[in-house]
Design a binder for this molecule. Sequence first.
Ligand code: UN1
Length: 493
Amino acid sequence: MTDLISTLGVNTSGPIPARSPIDGAELGRVAYDDAASVEKKIAASVEAFKAWRDVPAPKRGELVRLFGEELRANKDALGKLVTLEAGKILQEGLGEVQEMIDICDFAVGLSRQLYGLTIASERPGHRMMETWHPAGPVAVISAFNFPVAVWAWNAALALVCGDSVIWKPSEKTPLTALATQALFERAAKKFGAAPANLSQVVLGLRDVGEMLAKDGRIPVVSATGSTRMGRELAPVVAARFGRSILELGGNNAMIVAPSAKLDLAQRAILFAAVGTAGQRCTSLRRLFVHESIYDKLMPALKKTYASLPIGNPLDAKTLVGPLIDRSAFEAMQRALAAAKDEGGSVTGGQRVRTDENPGAFYVHPAIVEMPEQTPVVCHETFAPILYVMRYRDFADALAKHNAVPQGLSSCIFTTDLQEAERFIAASGSDCGIANVNIGPSGAEIGGAFGGEKETGGGRESGSDSWKAYMRRQTATINYSDALPLAQGIEFGA
Ligand code: UN1
């Protein structure tokens, strides 16, 4: 039992153990919602929505502001719980909570800026306008690797937009969800006027997600996870004409051009490829290095990899924590075996710390030098594997960069203005995120986050992503004494 869980009075009785990937120890216990309980929560969410949609948006923002305050006050404790339950290093656990705080701040400002347009009407004595109304209950299905921040991107926006929220966290990280929910309830109590069940958690496996996906009372389903999951979920939501916001697999690349500042590139590679033990949707997985600098960059990179501090993520010196579980480890080993078969030369990748932590899965991040972009490279393996390829011609590197099914994040390290511009131009990177002299991971919340192709096309977090959580209404008002028809149509009289 962790400090935060006990301080918050989270109920940790139940038949299902929640384990830490750090050492396999039990952190607490939870109970899954059965079908009747999920049904009850969906019905309660509809009721909460009906009350919440009439609360003025800036007032809704006040609740999110209070929630942000709770997060600020509990940043250390929640960040530590993220580390314990998801295994990411403490700096990243804290960073994750900071993302939640940032999106709350963003959403508070947004609560006064849910602007619609006023549009010139073609009819005299008429005014036409566009209004954004609350959509309804929003389901958020989140993944283990960002167990709380991704929910917050969705929930903070949904709440100021006037929606209620039902959250199905990953079954691998139920405790961080329950702790976050408890913090939210504290904020709601301080706020005073929030309807009951405005934000709820449902725990369980795939069947719980399916219930949410199928339910016509939930107009928006925002899901983060694998492409396989999205491929199954999206048609279910679409069959009832619901809207899904999908943030699925990434297979993010970096091009290191001849003019790149190699020291910066190297640091960016390290953070993006081995940070979070390669378990971010934005992790760096493919590296295209220009042949003129390959023999300079690669030995330096391998040297840094050789001395990576791998270990307990609570230890301040650690940079690489454990993988989430055995199946992640096995998927990594399968990918490395396939890479060898396809002509790759593997450095690292082996399991480590088996004596200290026999029940956990620590690995040495792998560098795999590939002769070309073979099938295994085109597949997202959620583990610290960096496939490296040489290139000669920029256009060819760009073509290979885009020649994978996923389209989340991308970057180039170059000081050549033309290359930089070409990379972010219409014919450049085909990803939702394209960075110059910045790695592919660690996006700020102010931009719209998401990607194209098999990444699912959804956008969350900043910019105008809020629009996906609202329904758009075009309203035209006739303040004249006549009834002119649009398109100049004369009808009767
Ligand atoms: C994810 O891995 O699902 O850009 C989200 C980043 C983080 C979010 C990652 N801000 O790496």
